[in-house]
Design a protein around this ligand. Structure first.
Ligand SMILES: Cc1cc2nc3c(=O)[nH]c(=O)nc-3n(C[C@H](O)[C@H](O)[C@H](O)COP(=O)(O)OP(=O)(O)OC[C@H]3O[C@@H](n4cnc5c(N)ncnc54)[C@H](O)[C@@H]3O)c2cc1C
Length: 236
């Protein structure tokens, strides 16, 4: 596989009737009508969006938990997937290092800071080669892959299918599109958001870093894009 160091992300599943489903969830809370009647009568996109924006904007998040999306993800490091799996409302099925035995040089991700430095890049590649040789020696000696993998690095490339509901995706975007998140998970989450926005353009305003959503930055080391929390509430 060519290592271009970029996560490969594809949206593989989403409900066809996303907007109508969320609208029905929102309307049901404030209507005497049956949800099925609300659903079947819903045909005005502008009206649906207006209500959804108002309800979601006021923090009524259960209405967007009904929407589940799935992504096929590859060419990401184990360091990155380890960060991703910290999100507890997501579901994962990841390529196993126990069951999938590496044959030859395993795929790996080179961080851009090392990629940009030819001398260090060469050392990095050489080191990955040594790890691969050691792994193969263990496997050839009959050590099971599940134990040989103990020498594998954080750089080893991985693949997974990840699913989550829309509330969790917005939360994920808020945290991981922030410049304080590491570059790789930022690119991965941007890829997930872009793939969904390509089909559901109205979500663009929600799939943003947290500072865009809240209007201020709560990080210790702010990138300066928005006023910090401390500046916002400082006494004159
Ligand atoms: C820039 C950055 C740096 C980080 N650095 C570190 C680090 O150095 N070390 C480290 O260990 N982790 C680190 N993390 C991971 C971080 O601590 C979280 O584990 C991760 O971001 C998942 O976020 P979350 O818990 O908000 O989200 P999720 O697990 O996706 O949960 C979403 C929301 O559900 C609610 N929730 C979920 N589970 C519970 C629960 N058990 N109790 C109460 N509420 C819950 C919370 O409101 C939570 O925000 C870092 C994350 C970021 C973005």
């Amino acid at each position: 596989m060519e290592n271009n160091n970029k996560p490969v992300v594809n949206l593989i599943s989403k409900p066809e009737n996303m907007l109508k489903t969320i609208y029905t969830a929102c309307r049901t809370c404030y209507s005497a009508d049956y949800p099925i009647n609300i659903y079947e009568a819903a045909d005005d996109e502008e009206k649906m969006l207006k209500l959804i924006k108002r309800v979601v904007g006021s923090g009524h998040y259960s209405t967007i938990e009904h929407i589940q999306v799935s992504f096929a993800i590859s060419n990401v490091s184990r360091a990155c997937t380890h960060q991703l799996v910290r999100h507890r409302h997501m579901s994962f099925s990841q390529k196993s290092q126990r069951y999938v035995k590496e044959k030859g040089q395993f795929d790996y991700i080179i961080p851009p800071t090392i990629e940009r430095n030819p001398e260090l890049k060469e050392k990095f590649i050489e080191f990955m080669g040594k790890i691969s040789d050691q792994y193969q020696e263990f496997v050839d000696a009959g050590i099971p892959a599940e134990d040989a993998r103990f020498v594998m690095p954080n750089a080893a490339a991985s693949s997974l299918v990840a699913s989550l509901n829309l509330r969790e995706l917005i939360h994920l975007a808020n945290l991981r599109l922030c410049t304080r998140a590491q570059y790789e998970i930022r690119m991965l989450v941007k890829g997930m958001c872009d793939a969904l926005v390509a089909e559901e353009a109205w979500l663009k305003d929600y799939l943003v870093p947290k500072c865009e959503r809240f209007g201020f930055c709560d990080e210790d080391k702010s990138c300066g894009r928005k006023i910090t929390h401390a500046e916002l509430f400082k006494e004159n």
